[in-house]
Write a protein that binds this ligand. Structure first.
Ligand SMILES: Nc1ncnc2c1ncn2[C@@H]1O[C@H](COP(=O)(O)OP(=O)(O)OP(=O)(O)O)[C@@H](O)[C@H]1O
Length: 246
């Protein structure tokens, strides 16, 4: 692994009440030691996972709209408000990698098409054809299977967004193969109980107003999915009757 620590330069913040410093998990954040090749960010919607991941991408020199260091294209409102306040510690430093942002993947695909007009080799790292000519899930998998290499750091924001359960397993296999072959680091914000099951990963929860380690089986993602699959009818009955009472 390469990125060892992420620290917040709190002394440089002028107004702690504004975004992103007012987010509870960011307000209490000082530093984070990364100890595993695979780290997951979990937490409720709006708990600050994407904000921190995007800020790390920013400080890695990746395009915060999604992509690597060489992908320069503009996307409205994709600047990282937190990035300039982070200090990253590396051992050793890598510059290879990619920031996957599910919500702006369409624009990334368009950017690749523009690059390919000048150099058809561009598609070589993405399955040999335009990402627009593949389904959403297929294009994600093409990226993971072809673009991901050794000695790199991959920052993935909800990669499961387009992936079927079977393809989520395929992503786990790709990650495992890369990890086995040598050195590759992943930091992944996810809501997927399948991805979170990756063996030996650290899972960091953004709930309860701070970023802290959590066991897989203690995550809402595991517990709610597990209970739902085991007691679907009872759970839905309870859920719908609660709605009736409101
Ligand atoms: N550019 C912005 N300006 C102001 N507030 C923002 C901005 N971007 C995000 N926020 C707010 O910051 C909070 C954290 O957002 P963030 O996208 O980091 O959450 P998240 O944990 O990734 O959520 P999700 O699981 O829904 O993707 C949210 O309340 C969001 O509304």
């Amino acid at each position: 692994m390469f990125l060892k620590r992420v620290a917040l330069k709190r002394e440089e913040i002028n107004d702690q009440r504004r975004y992103p410093f007012h987010i509870p998990a960011i307000r209490t954040f000082s530093e984070l030691d990364l100890k595993k090749n695979v780290t997951f960010f979990v937490g409720e919607n709006g708990s600050g996972k994407s904000t921190l991941l995007e800020a790390i991408a920013d400080q890695c020199g990746f395009n915060t709209a999604g992509g690597g260091r060489n992908n320069t294209y503009e996307l409205h409102a994709s600047d990282s408000a937190l990035g300039p306040y982070l200090r990253l510690s590396w051992m050793p430093k890598v510059t290879n990698g990619f920031f996957l942002r599910a919500e702006s993947f369409y624009q990334f695909a368009t950017h690749l098409d523009e690059m390919a007009q000048e150099d058809m080799q561009t598609y070589g790292s993405y399955g040999g054809k335009s990402l627009h000519d593949q389904s959403h899930g297929e294009s994600f998998l093409s990226l993971f299977a072809n673009r991901f290499q050794q000695k790199a750091i991959y920052l993935l924001d909800e990669p499961e967004a387009a992936l079927s359960p079977q393809r989520q397993l395929a992503l786990l296999k790709i990650m495992h193969d890369l990890e086995q072959q040598g050195s590759c680091q992943f930091i992944i914000a996810t809501h997927s109980p399948i991805l979170l099951g990756y063996p030996g990963a650290d899972i960091l929860s953004f709930d309860q107003g701070e970023i802290q380690l959590i066991e897989y089986e203690m995550t809402d993602h595991y517990q709610i999915t597990h209970y739902f699959l085991q007691h679907r009818e009872r759970m839905l009955e309870q859920l719908f009757s609660e709605e009736d009472e409101e």
